[in-house]
Design a protein around this ligand. Structure first.
Ligand code: KIV
Length: 248
């Protein structure tokens, strides 16, 4: 595919919901992967504040800073020609006041009129307040609150909402109730789209095994095997061979 392709817009996401066409979303933190995911036809690249968990072995997303998010968003935007790029607002960049949130969002985006995607259920920025990484909205009261919150986000103009770690029937109710798309992670099959953390679905992060995760590759083992072969060839003097060397 060429770089002439038009970038996916938030309007198109809503049209996809209308057509029943599922929205394919993956997290992404760099230009190299952005290029690969874009070429594979991913619709949305989410620059998640999971970046420090995935790349820096942090326990939670809380250490991600706005500066980091801006940096990674620039890299992803550089690599992606078609996919819509969305940047997570990290912990304490939007909670203090509306003005603060707007100022911080404005630092990420160059255009005025900042499109916002909501995030409900297990919100990693509130992991301690929620008592850890656990399924949200299990009882009737919590489910009703999530439904109200989802409607409030849509009414406030959010263009989509991520539903993370909630029961599938609740995600289905929310998806049916909203005119904006829902993107699920651990929220069952009825959502308008699905998102996974790229490194988890590629099998690079072997220590993370939640029920919702499906691995589509086993790259951690591929990496170890490639490095073992390289190490063996270096130690045995088999690399570089004549074909990798310049004689004069
Ligand atoms: O930060 C992140 O990667 C996310 C996804 C898990 C949805 O919010």
């Amino acid at each position: 595919m060429s770089d002439e392709r038009q970038r996916v817009t938030i309007r198109e996401l809503r049209e996809m919901k209308g057509r029943g066409q599922r929205i394919v979303t993956l997290t992404c933190y760099d230009a190299l992967f952005a290029r690969l995911l874009d070429a594979a036809g991913v619709d949305v690249l989410l620059v998640g504040d999971s970046v420090n968990q995935v790349l820096a072995a942090a326990d939670t997303t809380l250490s991600a800073t706005l500066e980091q998010m801006i940096y990674h968003t620039k890299l992803v935007a550089r690599g992606a020609a078609r996919a819509l790029v969305i940047c997570d607002m990290p912990f304490m960049t939007y909670q203090i006041s509306r003005e603060d949130a707007l100022r911080n969002c404005g630092r990420v985006l160059v255009d005025v009129g900042i499109p916002v995607m909501g995030h409900l259920g297990l919100t990693p920025q509130s992991v301690h307040a929620l008592g850890g990484y656990r399924v949200q909205g299990r009882d009737a009261a919590a489910a009703a609150r999530l439904l109200d919150d989802a409607q409030a986000l849509a009414d406030a103009g959010a263009f989509a909402v991520v539903l993370e770690l909630i029961p599938a029937p609740l995600a289905s109710r929310i998806t049916k109730a909203l005119t904006i798309p829902t993107i699920g992670i651990g929220a069952g099959p009825a959502c308008d789209g699905q998102v996974l953390v790229l490194h988890d679905m590629l099998g690079l992060n072997e220590g993370f095994n939640p029920k919702f995760l499906k691995r589509y590759a086993a790259l951690a083992e591929d990496v170890r095997e490639a490095v073992r072969r390289f190490a063996a060839e270096v130690r045995e003097g088999r690399y570089p061979g004549a074909e990798h060397s310049v004689e004069q």
